[in-house]
Design a protein around this ligand. Structure first.
Ligand code: TYM
Length: 318
């Protein structure tokens, strides 16, 4: 039996190259080696204020991004988190095991609380319990994510150990799977990671049109770190020889920012063109997308039911 791998992404804003290079590229590439489940973390997105319309639209957009990027429903389960009963039940069990200070020291909780002091809700605090449940409900061992999620995965390991010590060994030790682009940086602030929360100029979305991409790259900051970030981004899409020559020009102080940006625009557009064509196909076939998600959820539910029954039994609930 291949080992189990799982990961999720929140339907907030647009999927961007940071998400792709940091996580989704690994999802796509690891589909042949692992038994994979991927989900749209719609329950997690409720921790921020999101309208019904935005949630529905962004969930669909994310599904088509994932399909266009190469998540293959014949190889992997692809589903909406909220469609599978069990995530929130296991999260409750974990909530009753995790000390509040462990949750309060999570970087994401602290950052979000500062960013939205008017909305420090209980879901934001207990978010990592739900994330641990997302993973452990399926007894998955491998979790491909970007660096910003590693702290949550460490807490998942702590929760698995706490559960195992109290109720008997059941959950595996999970392992984060990181990509070379574990922390892709923002275009408009060279010291911060590419992120939806830094505004549209921070990122290139999978669905951005060529004009927008070109504008965003042209406006990208060009302090020393900014150039390094652009060179890194280039290295993921460009030809290795060209990457080498751009890097060497940079080392010698001879790199023209305009040339780097033109080259980066070219390779980014080349990479995204076929993906956007696939995206358009799925956009025009929403029933097909719906069917994939429903079938993915059915398969995931089978697994979840089996494991949740055993978990409830260990805890004494049944
Ligand atoms: P989310 O939706 O913020 O991001 C999805 C994935 O993209 C990665 N990522 C990045 N990687 C490199 N550079 C960046 N600039 C960058 N920005 C984002 C994230 O690390 C993530 O892997 N809590 C999760 C969703 C989640 C989850 C889970 C993940 C819910 N349950 C269980 C794994 C397992 C989140 O908010 O990711």
């Amino acid at each position: 039996m291949p080992k189990k791998l799982i990961s999720g992404i929140k339907p907030t804003g647009h999927m961007h190259l940071g998400n792709y290079l940091g996580a989704i590229k690994n999802w796509v590439e690891l589909q042949d080696q692992y038994s994979c489940s991927f989900f749209i973390a719609d329950l997690h997105s409720l921790t921020i204020k999101i309208s019904k319309e935005d949630l529905q639209k962004q969930t669909f957009d994310l599904a088509i991004d994932l399909l266009a990027l190469g998540i293959n429903p014949k190889k992997s389960f692809l589903f909406k988190q909220s469609e599978v009963v069990g995530h929130t039940e296991l999260a409750w069990i974990f909530n009753c095991l995790v000390p509040v200070p462990e949750l309060e020291r999570m970087t994401q909780f602290k950052d979000e609380s500062l960013r939205h002091p008017e909305n420090v809700n209980a879901g934001l605090l207990t978010y990592p319990s739900l994330q641990a449940a997302d993973i452990l409900l399926y007894l998955a061992e491998f979790v491909p994510v970007g660096e910003d999620q590693v702290q949550h995965l460490e807490l998942t390991r702590v929760l698995a150990r706490k559960f195992n010590n109290r109720y008997g060994h059941f959950f595996p030790e999970i392992k984060p799977v990181l990509s070379p682009a574990r922390r892709l940086m923002s275009l408009n602030d060279s010291a911060k990671k590419m992120s939806k929360s830094l505004g549209e100029a921070s990122y290139i979305a999978i669905a951005d049109d060529p004009e927008t991409i070109s504008k965003k790259i042209k406006k990208a900051v060009t302090d020393e770190q900014g150039i390094k970030n652009l060179l890194e981004l280039y290295s993921y899409f460009g030809h290795p020889e060209k990457t080498k020559s751009l890097n060497s020009a940079f080392q010698k102080g001879k790199l023209m920012n305009v040339e780097l940006k033109e080259e980066l625009i070219k390779v980014t557009l080349d990479f995204l063109k076929p993906i956007q064509e696939k995206r358009t196909y799925f956009q025009d076939h929403p029933k097909e997308v719906e069917k994939i998600l429903v079938e993915g959820a059915k398969k995931a539910q089978n697994e979840a039911d089996k494991n949740l029954k055993k978990i409830k039994n260990l805890v004494g609930l049944i």
